[in-house]
Every structure is written in structure tokens, then in C-alpha cells.
Design a protein around this ligand. Structure first.
Ligand SMILES: Cc1cc2nc3c(=O)[nH]c(=O)nc-3n(C[C@H](O)[C@H](O)[C@H](O)COP(=O)(O)O)c2cc1C
Length: 341
């Protein structure tokens, strides 16, 4: 019996349905299952990604800790970090067992820690190895496997470099690419700087789609408004939103109203807070989850509105958080700071 078969998996698999053209980016320390639960309340269709989970952590640690999620999160994709084809194959089987809707291989993260493990963005220099990883993952599961990458790394910063990477990995069976439209410097810039300093180059991503219409190409990087996505949606198959979704989560709701009005939710922000606190109470009962692990993702809920600051201050109250009583968060809704919507 395989080692992973000994685990009792009780997750429900969703029926396959075409994935939305919109997704929320994988973001380490941000898009954990609590954050994804929150985002799902705001937008029922958008594709959610986990934080990157390394094969080392998954295969040598407690898989339940890394893979547990709420069934409401579907469609949800597991992002893997790794470069060993066999380990990735095992991790992919885990993803299938847990009922994830797809697997994404991280070929875009430039952090030094990740480079030490020889994965992330530095894998763009090793398309043959990535191709082997894709082959093994595809052989091991029936889940769709996609790649998230940059448009280039270091001096390898040309359309031809990107196209060579895509062509070789496509030949191994990958047909969906989420392209962060800026290159990464592997030395000298922090991950944060690598999300800000190299300039965005959307036309390179558009060209990739134009010359490879059979591929599914999703553009990522710098999308902050509905207007920002007009051209990318015309030129590509979809868009992935990162920081804006986190700092201004109501943006996800506006997306739902604009693009999927039939299923867009109608809850007010206050009702979302109530649902989240109901979730927090369940989480505390079942898993001892500290309240703060949940409320920290909700700081931006009133972004741009009168009283947003008072809300953030309310959520920053450390001593009240220590009691893990969600009622304190609800107090805000009755307070004189209660925000008109
Ligand atoms: C805090 C943070 C953590 C991130 N962690 C990951 C990660 O685990 N995997 C990944 O592929 N990208 C990661 N990214 C990059 C985002 O997925 C995205 O590519 C980047 O933020 C650009 O999109 P944006 O301009 O819409 O934010 C992270 C970004 C941030 C801000």
C-alpha cells in the first residue's frame, strides 16, 4: 500500500466545470484557507490558489496541515514548489486525493530560500527539467497541471526565452500558463522588489497568446481596476489578481457583479463580517484556530470607505483578540463607527 493511501481523505470532489477567466494569485502567508474562505464569500466563481506548498514540507511534514481546506473554496488549485519529478508526482497524487481542482507549478518565485531549494523562478532556466516534472505529475494524476512563471529571468529577458520555456513544457503536457508579466532578478532584489521594480511588459504575454492560440494564457501583474483588465481579457484567456484582491477584497465582489451577475452575492459588508465570525467560531471549536488568523485577512474589507481606519484599528486590538471571542468583532457593527454602505 502506498504511504499516502493510509490517510483517511474525506474531502468532496467538485464536478468538473470550466474554470472562470479570473483567479486570485497564490500568495505566501496571505492566501491560506481562511483567506480563501473569505474571498469565496465575495466571489462565488473566481478560481482560488493556495499559497505555495513545497514538496519537502508536504512529503516530510503533516500533509493535513498544508492541504486542509473548506469545500466552499472550490474551484481551488494547489500550488506546488519543487523540482524533483518524483516528489512532485507524489505531491500531485496528494492533491488529487484531497480533491483539489488542479495543480500549479511555481516557476516564478525569486526568493533566495526558494532558489536554495532549486525551484521557483530559477526553473525557467531549466525547461527540460520542468518538462520532466510536468510529465511525472501528469502521469500521476488526472488533474490539470499548469505553470506560473515570469516573462524572463536575469539577462534571459526576451520573447524567445519565454517561448522556448513554454514550448518545451507544453510538449510535456502543460497547456495553461499564468504569466507574471515582469521578469525576475534572481540576485540583488528582494521578492517584494521583484514584484515592483522590473517593468511590466504585457505585450510579450499577448504575443505568446497570439503565436500559440492553442495554449491557455493568463496574465498576471499590476491589475488593480476593472479597466486594467479590459485589454488583457481581450488578448488572453484570463487574468490573475494578486495584491489588489488582498488589500481591497471588495474588488472581488465588484468583479462578480460585473462579469457573473447571475451568481454574484448580495450580502452587505456587515453580513460578510457576520458570516466570517460564524466561521471563526467553528474554526476555534474544531481546530483551536486563533481569531486573529482569520481577522487579519479582513483588514481591507472597508478599503476606501469612511471608517475604514476605525475598522482596521478595531481589528488590531491584540488583547481582545487574545480571548478568541468573535463577538468582539461584531461589536464594531453596532458601534458608532458603524459604516454606512
Ligand atoms: C505576499 C505575497 C506572497 C506571494 N507568494 C507567492 C507564492 O507563494 N507563489 C507564487 O507563485 N507567487 C506568489 N506571489 C506573487 C503573486 O502571486 C503575483 O504573481 C504578484 O503579486 C503579481 O501580481 P499582482 O501585481 O496582481 O499582485 C506572492 C505575492 C505576494 C504579495
Amino acid at each position: 500500500m502506498d504511504w499516502y493511501s493510509t490517510i483517511d481523505f474525506a474531502m468532496i470532489k467538485t464536478p468538473n466545470k470550466p474554470l472562470s477567466r479570473f483567479s486570485v494569485a497564490p500568495m505566501m502567508d496571505w492566501t491560506d484557507r481562511h483567506c480563501r474562505f473569505f474571498h469565496r464569500l465575495l466571489n462565488p466563481e473566481i478560481v482560488l490558489y493556495t499559497e505555495m506548498v513545497t514538496t519537502g514540507a508536504l512529503l516530510n511534514g503533516d500533509p493535513e496541515r498544508f492541504l486542509r481546506y473548506n469545500t466552499t473554496e472550490h474551484p481551488v488549485i494547489l500550488q506546488l514548489g519543487g523540482s524533483d519529478p518524483e516528489e512532485l508526482a507524489q505531491a500531485a497524487r496528494y492533491a488529487e486525493k484531497y480533491g483539489y481542482d488542479g495543480i500549479n507549478l511555481n516557476c516564478g518565485c525569486p526568493s533566495e530560500r526558494v532558489q536554495k531549494g532549486a525551484f521557483g523562478a530559477c526553473l525557467m532556466a531549466e525547461p527540460d527539467l520542468v518538462a520532466q516534472c510536468i510529465t511525472r505529475m501528469r502521469d500521476s494524476t488526472s488533474l490539470p497541471v499548469s505553470i506560473k512563471c515570469r516573462i524572463g529571468i536575469d539577462e534571459s529577458d526576451s520573447y524567445e526565452f519565454l517561448e522556448d520555456f513554454v514550448t518545451k513544457t507544453h510538449a510535456a503536457g502543460c497547456d495553461t500558463y499564468i504569466v507574471h508579466a515582469r521578469k525576475a532578478w534572481l540576485k540583488g532584489l528582494s521578492p517584494k522588489e521583484n514584484r515592483e521594480i522590473p517593468p511590466l511588459d504585457y505585450p510579450r504575454v499577448y504575443r505568446l497568446k497570439e503565436e500559440h492560440p492553442d495554449l491557455s494564457i493568463h496574465l498576471n501583474g499590476g491589475i488593480c481596476t476593472l479597466e486594467d483588465m479590459t485589454t488583457p481579457l481581450n488578448m488572453c484567456d484570463g487574468v490573475m489578481i494578486g495584491r489588489e484582491a488582498y488589500h481591497n477584497p471588495w474588488f472581488l465582489r465588484r468583479l462578480a457583479e460585473q462579469f457573473t451577475p447571475a451568481t454574484a452575492p448580495h450580502h452587505s459588508r456587515a453580513e460578510i463580517v457576520i458570516q466570517m465570525m460564524d466561521y471563526a467560531a467553528r474554526e476555534y471549536r474544531e481546530f483551536d484556530t486563533p481569531l486573529h488568523s482569520i481577522t487579519r485577512h479582513m483588514m481591507g474589507l472597508y478599503h476606501g470607505m469612511h471608517g475604514a481606519r476605525a475598522w482596521r484599528q478595531h481589528l488590531s486590538n491584540v488583547s481582545r483578540h487574545a480571548q478568541n471571542n468573535p463577538l468582539f468583532v461584531l461589536d464594531f457593527l453596532n458601534s458608532e463607527c458603524m459604516l454606512t454602505e
